[in-house]
Design a protein around this ligand. Structure first.
Ligand code: HEC
Length: 172
């Protein structure tokens, strides 16, 4: 047998052993799927890469409307206060009952600078599997989702007072 053929056999054998090992590992039930425990490093690395590539490939063709429009930002604040604040917090809103038990942990959008509007729009519209992030496209139309994205981008620079005014529609 040629050395290339031998090397091929070794690679095929290794891959088969890995595949069988993976099936046995999953079948054994050893992996803890509970949300009160972390993923192992390798599982986390695979999921993160899957999420990054999946969203990156799908989000880049979306047309971005004018996100500086104040009426959009006001409308987005209302939706955010009704639908998102419990998981993602807001200026002056620093805890919630649902947040501590969520894994993956939702980012604190009062602090996170969302520069990539296309990714944010895609994530809000389609959600993320096996995380608590819902697909809001089932309840909001595209215009309303852009309103929320426009608002979320303003949040890190916003005072708690401004958030209160925008989200409730009146001051104080
Ligand atoms: C029940 C909890 C929950 C609710 C409600 C929720 N989210 Fe999320 N969201 C998550 C989780 C968890 C993640 C992180 C998922 C991950 O890391 O894979 C996430 C991720 C995101 C991201 C991606 C952030 C980033 O850094 O890439 C955005 C943007 C987002 N959510 C916006 C929203 C908006 C806007 C709403 C309301 C319309 C909302 N979410 C409602 C749980 C929630």
């Amino acid at each position: 047998m040629s050395s290339i053929a031998k090397a091929g056999l070794v690679v095929a054998g290794t891959l088969a052993a890995l595949a069988i090992g993976g099936v046995v590992y999953v079948g054994s039930g050893i992996y803890n799927i509970g949300a009160d425990d972390h993923h192992t490093k390798i599982v986390l690395a695979i999921i993160e890469q899957l999420r990054e590539r999946s969203i990156g490939v799908r989000a880049r063709t979306t047309h971005v409307p004018n996100l500086e429009d104040p009426t959009r930002i006001v409308a987005g604040a209302r939706h955010y206060a009704a639908l998102c604040v419990g998981c993602h917090l807001a200026p002056g809103v620093t805890k919630s009952d649902i947040r501590p038990g969520l894994y993956p942990h939702p980012p604190n959008l009062a602090q996170e600078d969302i520069r990539d509007a296309q990714r944010a729009f895609w994530t809000v519209k389609h959600g993320i599997k096996m995380s608590a992030m819902p697909a809001w496209g089932k309840t909001l139309d595209d215009a309303a989702i852009w309103d929320v994205v426009a608002f979320v981008r303003q949040m890190p620079a916003m005072t708690p007072e401004t958030y209160q005014q925008l989200s409730t529609g009146h001051s104080g």
